[in-house]
Write a protein of this length. Sequence first.
Length: 80
Amino acid sequence: MIGGEPVPRRDLFSNKDADAWEEQFHMLFYVLHMSPDRIAEIDYGFDPDDPNAFLVCSWAYEIHSTFPRVDVRAMIEAAR
């Protein structure tokens, strides 16, 4: 990231961007098995090695709290 305070994408939680964010989130979280920390880094435009990447901790916590990972395979196995 070059210069300035990190800022999430415009309209992230508005109707204008909610569907796009949800699709991106599901792909990163479930398909690519990324952690909430890495998803937050992507949202803010940080590389994992960026020394300022720790600034996304509160957003990562919010992602983790709001969107807990659902282990569908475990749920299916438990139902059998």
